[in-house]
Structure formats: structure tokens, C-alpha cells
Design a protein around this ligand. Structure first.
Ligand SMILES: [Zn+2]
Length: 171
């Protein structure tokens, strides 16, 4: 079941509504890192270099908009919360692909850096520079979310599997 985002975005244009929910800079970067498996406040903070107050504001709005689920976990005897992608949050993946492809084509990395790659796990080959790919360039098979790995060589040579959406019921 797909969670229905409850952002304030309304109006006839779906692009306008989407930008109203996910178009803010930090929101997209939080979604990128959540897609790569980040779930905890401290991890988002150190990965993004974002101020505490801005991060907690964005996370709260993203939970309200149905992009993230706030899920309790215990650490010692303390109950804490982590932030997991909902179906709606995980559904941003094609947008991230499109941003990566656009960024490769129309912006520059500055210092020379190998590009981000998307790797198709079953065949082990890279498929495009992060662009939207329904099927693998190498083997022609459909690329499912759990078969997709990202390599971001400026961070680590290790391929990163994508986070799966948290099973979340719409309210
Ligand atoms: Zn393949």
C-alpha cells in the first residue's frame, strides 16, 4: 500500500505538486542518503554537514509528508528513532537517477573525479552514469531496486545496495 504524502502541495500540475513536497535542497539530499541506507539522525548530520535544527525540521516535515517513517529502536535502555524510507520516499529513485544524469551532462565535478556508477548486481556490470535505466545496458535484464548498487568513487570504491522501503501503512 502506498503512503499518501500529505504535503501542502496542491494544484493541477503534478510536477508543481512534486516540487512542493521534494523540491527543497536538504529534502532531496536526505532522500539520496536514505536511499543509500542512512537512517539515523547523527548519521545524516555527519554525512550532510547539516545543522541540528535544520535537520530535525526537515526530518519532521518529511515524516509529515509521508516520505519517511519514524521508527523506534532501542539503544541500551533508551528508545530512539530512526528514519526509514516509505514507498513514497523510495519512489524518488527515478528522480535521483534523472538528477544524476542531468548533473553528469550539465555540471562539472571541479576536481577530476570518477563518475558515480550504477551497477547491476546480477551481472556485475555498470549501467550508465547514474541515468534512468529500466533495463541493464550490459545484460538487458530489468533493473529491480534490490539488484541496483551505487558506486560513488569519491566516497568509497565499495558498491552500496539501495535501502528497501519500510513496510508502512498509510493513515
Ligand atoms: Zn546486467
Amino acid at each position: 500500500m502506498t503512503a499518501r504524502p500529505r504535503g501542502k502541495a496542491t494544484g493541477p500540475c503534478p510536477i508543481g505538486r512534486a516540487v512542493g513536497v521534494i523540491g527543497e535542497r536538504w529534502t532531496l539530499l536526505i532522500l539520496r542518503n536514505a536511499t543509500l541506507g542512512t537512517t539515523r539522525f547523527e548519521a545524516f548530520r555527519s554525512e550532510l554537514g547539516i545543522a541540528d535544527n535544520i535537520l530535525s525540521d526537515r526530518l519532521a516535515r518529511m515524516v509529515e509528508a509521508g516520505l519517511l517513517a519514524r521508527v523506534p529502536y532501542t539503544e541500551g535502555r533508551r528508545v530512539r528513532h530512526e528514519y526509514r524510507l516509505t514507498d513514497a520516499g523510495a519512489g524518488v529513485l527515478p528522480v535521483l537517477h534523472a538528477l544524476a544524469a542531468w548533473g553528469e551532462e550539465h555540471t562539472r565535478a571541479g576536481e577530476s573525479s570518477p563518475s558515480m556508477r550504477v551497477v547491476h548486481r546480477p551481472c556485475g556490470h555498470a549501467t550508465g552514469p547514474g541515468g534512468p535505466r529500466a533495463t541493464c545496458d550490459h545484460c538487458g535484464q530489468p533493473i529491480r531496486r534490490d539488484d541496483e548498487l551505487w558506486v560513488r568513487p569519491w566516497r568509497s570504491p565499495d558498491p552500496i545496495p539501495l535501502a528497501q522501503p519500510f513496510p508502512w501503512k498509510s493513515r
